[in-house]
Design a protein. Structure first.
Length: 473
């Protein structure tokens, strides 16, 4: 039969399935399936993993068989092409429908049989064996030490609910976002600490996204890809911090997508943090962005004066230090950007007092705060840099996204990349994905090109300096 037939048959099957199962299940388990062929009344469909195959055979084969027989007749059969991975490279395994799958007879055991305990832990130091998985959490980052205010009330309440009943609330995943230094890492680790306190048997893991990426690369390089996936499949509460750092890392996102699906399906809790909400993340595949949006996205905002003062008072109380209220009030009133700088000012004050054997006075606090405020560099957003450069060259941001080699557009993109690398802490991949969907090599080339032009073209250098002055206004 023609290609059109198998697609049409599968689309009719999907239409019937959609009316018989809930929307989340349909989106999770059937939208990713691709019809491959229809020969001799055997419909072949491609599923993205062994787990998909096993789950559909266990949960949905009964209704799927009925629908298929309705479309093709009583002798209708179903076969699968299963996308597997070896050394991170995909290959296809053909499998007939069995109605009940015995994974122990298969060449590849994926996903993990949870009863199996000898799983390599990427957090272990070679040669040192641990029975329990260390959550990798800072014990100081508790809910008790996380000061609540209007700026964080929703995120804190959601986090506490998740810790109380991990995987059993509507907040799965819980996606916490904010600018730097406002407490994302503290809050997500507080969730882990509280979960372990309430549910000691739960396996909790906090991992920064850059470490997740490094582990994945090492696993591929050392032919331990399956071990890597299996390790993450046994986690009950998985907390990934700064997930925005995975922008542009397509293969890592693919593995995270598979791990997400597995854990979520078995009501395991997922918590993510990022520097922006899911809708504003760039450099991510649409399907993983849709997963980030399944639960609750809650933001942390800049704390108000009362919250900043409460944070300082809790800090000095925990450290057993006696500081006059007027000193703390001055710091809270003048350090307004984020919690990290607020605590940094307090640490500097204590250091100056100890090293120079000076009393902690209001005058000492003023001298330290003045230096911090004066030396604080404002981190520009890439959107702001893009806006200023576009206005300077009289072009629109939409024009930057066009696939064109026009000199003025290409050069504007390069200038934006140049300043983004200079004035933001974003990775090259993130900068490239935001500015025209480019890769990190393109960003490096752009920065080098701008520097070379500045050295050889006096007029161009003056233009760059003029743009820089506009950025600093």
């Amino acid at each position: 039969m023609t290609k059109k037939n198998h697609i049409e048959v599968w689309n009719r099957c999907l239409a019937l399935l959609k009316d018989n199962i809930n929307a989340v299940a349909f989106k999770t388990w059937f939208e990713p399936i691709v019809p491959v062929k229809l020969e001799n009344n055997v419909l072949t469909i491609q599923v993205p993993s062994q787990f998909f195959y096993e789950f559909i055979e266990e949960k949905y084969i009964h209704i799927l068989s009925k629908i298929l027989k309705k479309e093709l007749g009583e002798d209708a059969k179903l076969e699968y092409n299963i996308v597997m991975y070896k050394n991170s490279q995909p290959y296809v395994v053909k499998m007939p429908t069995q109605n009940k799958v015995d994974i122990h007879n298969q060449e590849v055991r994926y996903p993990l049989d949870i009863s199996e305990k000898n799983i390599p832990n990427p957090f272990l130091i070679p040669g040192i064996k641990k029975i329990n998985i260390d959550p990798q959490i800072n014990p100081a980052y508790t809910f008790e030490n996380f000061i609540e205010g209007d700026c964080n009330r929703l995120a804190r309440a959601a986090g506490y609910a998740v810790a109380t009943n991990p995987g059993s609330t509507h907040f799965n995943p819980l996606f916490i976002y904010s600018a730097n230094g406002l407490g994302k890492s503290h809050l997500c680790q507080a969730i882990g600490i509280e979960t372990k306190r309430r549910h000691p048997d739960k396996i909790v893991l906090y991992v920064p996204s850059h470490k997740f990426y490094t582990q994945y690369v090492d696993a591929v390089k050392n032919n331990k890809f399956t071990d890597f996936v299996q390790f993450y499949q046994i986690i009950d509460v998985l907390i990934i911090d700064d997930v925005h750092d995975l922008a542009g890392k397509d293969k890592t996102q693919e593995i995270l997508f598979q791990i997400f699906n597995y854990l979520h399906q078995f009501n395991k809790q997922l918590v993510f943090t990022a520097d922006r909400p899911p809708a504003e993340l760039s450099g991510f595949e649409p399907r993983i962005l849709s997963r980030f949006k399944w639960g609750l996205a809650a933001d942390l905002q800049i704390p108000d004066y009362e919250t900043r003062l409460a944070i300082l008072k809790r800090k000095v109380y925990n450290d057993g230090i006696d500081i006059q209220d007027e000193v703390l009030e001055y710091i809270a009133a003048h350090i307004t950007t984020n919690v990290r700088e607020l605590e940094g000012a307090l640490i500097s004050l204590l250091a100056q007092s100890t090293l120079n054997r000076k009393a902690i006075t209001l005058d000492l606090a003023k001298s330290i705060v003045d230096k911090i405020v004066k030396n604080t560099k404002y981190e520009m957003s890439i959107d702001f840099i893009q806006k200023v450069v576009c206005e300077y060259f009289d072009i629109t941001p939409e024009m930057l996204k066009q696939k064109t080699r026009k000199h003025e557009i290409v050069q504007a993109r390069q200038i934006i990349m140049f300043f983004a690398r200079m004035y933001t802490k974003k990775s090259l991949s993130v900068i490239g994905s935001i500015v025209g969907g480019k890769d990190h090599a393109t960003v490096l080339h752009a920065c080098k090109a701008i520097k070379n032009l500045m050295e050889t073209n006096k007029k161009f250098k003056q233009q760059i300096e003029e743009i820089e002055r506009k950025l600093k206004l």
